[in-house]
Design a protein around this ligand. Structure first.
Ligand code: ZN
Length: 144
């Protein structure tokens, strides 16, 4: 099976599945998925939980972990920076993204990294890493 996510860019929710091409927004996806799998209604997104979560890049995707530390993680998008855990069903949480300029810098450095077995396994960024750190990692790996 080919890698199911985009490899031509660092993907966000809006990039990686065909549902979005049919007009299924992140919130519609969450509401449908959660209602179906957890059997609970998704609460109003105007009722945000106080815990926030930070976006990071994992295998070429912008993702965030559940702030309730249940182990759940989802692909997220800066155009609608909210998270609803499909694992534990916690409420809506705000997702903190780096600025647009910093995201672009991070993505540009990561996109120079080659695919491994057709997958963007080396395209990772953690919130404690600077863009300079990513560039240094590329240099050590022989990527200019
Ligand atoms: Zn959770």
């Amino acid at each position: 099976m080919p890698y199911p996510f985009r490899t031509d860019k660092i993907a966000t929710y809006g990039d990686w599945d065909t549902w979005t091409q049919r007009g299924v927004t992140y919130r519609m996806f969450i509401a449908g998925f959660v209602a179906k799998t957890l059997g609970i209604a998704v609460p109003s997104d105007s009722n945000l939980r106080s815990a926030m979560t930070s976006a990071y890049v994992s295998h070429g995707r912008w993702v965030a972990d559940c702030p309730e530390e249940c182990g759940g993680a989802l692909v997220v998008t800066p155009s609608d920076p909210f998270f609803f855990c499909t694992n534990c069903g916690s409420g809506w949480h705000r997702v903190v993204f780096p600025s647009r300029a910093k995201r672009r810098q991070i993505e540009n450095v990561l996109m120079k990294r080659p695919l491994i077995g057709g997958q963007p396994k080396k395209r990772n960024w953690f919130t404690y890493e600077s863009v300079a750190t990513l560039k240094a990692q590329n240099k050590v790996a022989g990527i200019i």
